[in-house]
Design a protein around this ligand. Structure first.
Ligand SMILES: [Zn+2]
Length: 244
């Protein structure tokens, strides 16, 4: 655990732990699979992230604390084995009650990670469904946080530590480029074809499958799966204690 989180953990009220535990026990399969000692560490990671991000929404749509906790838990999942504990560029998560579009386009979005506005936009019903069905490799919050982490790591003149080890990321990229060709050649198994869009989308699609379909992912695309294990420093085939 990072020093910042250790210090923070002394100030977390038992009631916050209890409410976080209640929300995650009911809604997050990754959390419920963890052994108790890991669950406590995971709650600190989730609450620390929550403490360092802002939420916004339409005036007529209230974002409940439980919704924020669940969204924050997706970030905690991805970074549980990493030293990254908050986002540095994306400081606002905007929650919408329904899919949305931008004024200059007809495209409908469930979510997007907008570098121009430094905002992550998430459609709540789709976020919720992502956690409700935990074995279909579809999780919008995981997907968008995957984009945010990659985007932050790829900035020039970084004044902060990268979340992902450079060598591990280039190993992942090596196998990801092979996979990209497979998807485009329609020889894809295990990952969503949407991952064939580009390397950025493939990363997020890989994360969704890593967390929600780990055994099949490992079986069908062992090298790619193992490269994510190395990258995130966790192996989801050991659900009680995934950290390496
Ligand atoms: Zn995407």
């Amino acid at each position: 655990m990072l020093i910042s989180q250790k210090i923070y953990s002394f100030f977390v009220f038992k009631s916050s732990h209890d409410f976080c535990h209640h929300v995650l026990s009911e809604n997050n399969a990754y959390y419920t699979g963890l052994r108790l000692s890991c669950q406590k560490k995971f709650r600190i990671k989730t609450l620390y992230f929550l403490n360092n991000i802002d939420f916004d929404s339409d005036r007529n749509f209230k974002v409940e604390k439980s919704m924020k906790i669940l969204i924050a838990s997706a970030f905690a999942q991805i970074t549980f084995g990493l030293k990254k504990d908050k986002l540095k560029v994306f400081k606002l998560i905007n929650i919408t009650p329904a899919p949305y579009s931008y004024s200059h386009s007809d495209l409908i979005f469930n979510g997007d990670t907008n570098f121009a506005t430094k905002t992550i936009n998430l459609c709540w019903p789709v976020v919720k469904a992502g956690f409700e069905v935990s074995d279909n490799a579809l999780n919008l919050a995981i997907h968008e946080f995957g984009h945010a982490i990659i985007l932050e790591d790829s900035r020039k003149n970084l004044r902060y530590r990268r979340a992902l080890n450079v060598k591990a990321f280039s190993r992942w990229k090596h196998f990801a480029l092979i996979k990209l060709e497979k998807i485009r050649a329609k020889k894809n198994v295990v990952l969503r074809d949407y991952g064939g869009t580009n390397i950025m989308e493939l990363f997020s699609v890989c994360l969704e499958a890593f967390f929600e379909n780990s055994h099949q992912f490992h079986e069908k695309e062992t090298n790619l799966y193992n490269s994510i294990v190395e990258l995130l420093k966790q192996d989801l085939r050991n659900k009680q204690s995934p950290l390496l």
